[in-house]
Write a protein that binds this ligand. Structure first.
Ligand SMILES: [Zn+2]
Length: 349
């Protein structure tokens, strides 16, 4: 069979080549790939900045935003031939740490976890892949190829869960949420905010185009420019850009008793925004919370599947802005300004 592979930490190594069929030891469920989404992490791996091949191997099969159709599954695995499924990305560390021991591998404490398509386990950009029962999520069959949005939705399902945890620390009735960044993660964060009945605002640099159109189609309000210029102080901020200036802006902008959840990571950038001691002043005097959120466990995959099932199919369909066949994978990595989610399409859903 064929797979999209890379040599991690090596530039220009992306290839669509022959690889062996998936080893039965990698899972009793055999799946035919339907589509795999491409995100910023894949771009970092493909450009040699990130990623680890499986031990003893040079190449890694790329891809962690999976969607496939079950070909074979044993009795009791929870799925059957024909089911539309997506695979969980992270596996617990072998020690395991206390978090991994209770199935919260997204909160791994020692960093020895592994991740499909990223860290030491082959990903999902192969014509067929295998997966273990318990690491597969069944999707509403009417989602079709839109099920490829599950993994990015798990990221925001966890972020929203982190925000919800803050409801227990004080009397708190959040009404407004600001999402910074109108890419796929920002759009999906906004979708979950609307589903929670909140007044949702999304901020991005773009003035026109698909991103503002998608936000308005959700019933949310679109803004461009700086968070400082917004006419309200949000109760919740879901930060999806990882840009230093935006992060410092929302830490000062969030309302009293509010929560900023950071989902994006960057590095460096301008350092003139907010001095460290001023961060403390902002947080202490207003009882604010800044919390980071990464990855997702089985519970978040389940909740994300529920959120997608409830979402408008036409709106979800506009998030998948381009489909590229695997033999032209490089085109999926050359993204344009109006691209939201580009996917590699292996077979029709
Ligand atoms: Zn762990």
């Amino acid at each position: 069979m064929k797979a999209i592979t890379v040599v991690p930490k090596t530039e220009n190594s992306l290839a669509y080549d022959d690889v062996p069929e998936p080893d039965p030891s990698t899972g009793s469920i055999l799946v035919e790939a339907v589509a795999v989404g491409v995100c910023g992490t894949d771009v970092e791996i493909a450009t040699g900045k990130y990623g680890w091949a499986p031990p003893g191997r040079e190449r890694l099969v790329l891809g962690h935003e999976s969607l496939g159709r079950v070909l074979e599954a044993p009795e009791g695995s929870g799925v059957a031939a024909g089911d539309l499924v997506a695979g969980i990305v992270r596996r617990p560390d072998p020690v395991p740490c206390p978090s991994c021991a209770v199935g919260e591998w997204d909160m791994c404490l020692n960093g020895q976890y592994t991740e499909r398509g990223i860290k030491e386990i082959d990903g999902f950009m192969s014509q067929r892949w295998r997966i273990e029962p318990g690491y597969v999520t069944k999707l509403d069959p009417t989602l079709g190829i839109l099920g490829v949005l599950l993994e990015p939705t798990t990221v925001v399902a966890k972020a929203w869960e982190q925000v919800a945890h803050m409801e227990t620390r004080a009397f708190w009735q959040p009404r407004t949420v600001l999402v910074t960044g109108a890419g796929p993660i920002g759009q999906l964060a906004a979708l979950l905010g609307v589903q929670r009945g909140l007044e949702v605002h999304v901020l991005d640099r773009m003035e026109t185009g698909t991103k503002p159109d998608l936000v308005r189609a959700l019933g949310a309000t679109y803004h461009h420019g700086s968070a400082h210029d917004l006419p309200f102080d949000p109760d919740i901020v879901i930060e999806c850009t990882g840009v230093g200036q935006v992060i410092s802006d929302v830490i000062t902008k969030v309302g009293a008793g509010g929560v900023v959840c950071l989902t994006g990571v960057g590095s460096g950038g301008r350092t003139t925004g907010l001095a460290t001691a001023d961060v403390a002043t902002e947080l202490v005097l207003q009882n604010n919370v800044v919390v980071g959120s990464v990855n997702a466990n089985r519970r978040h995959f389940y909740r994300a599947a529920q959120a997608l099932e409830r979402a408008d199919r036409d709106w979800l369909g506009r998030l998948v802005s381009r489909r590229v066949p695997p033999e032209r994978v490089q085109e999926a990595f050359d993204r344009g300004p109006d691209d939201i989610k580009v996917v590699v399409e292996f077979t029709g859903a």
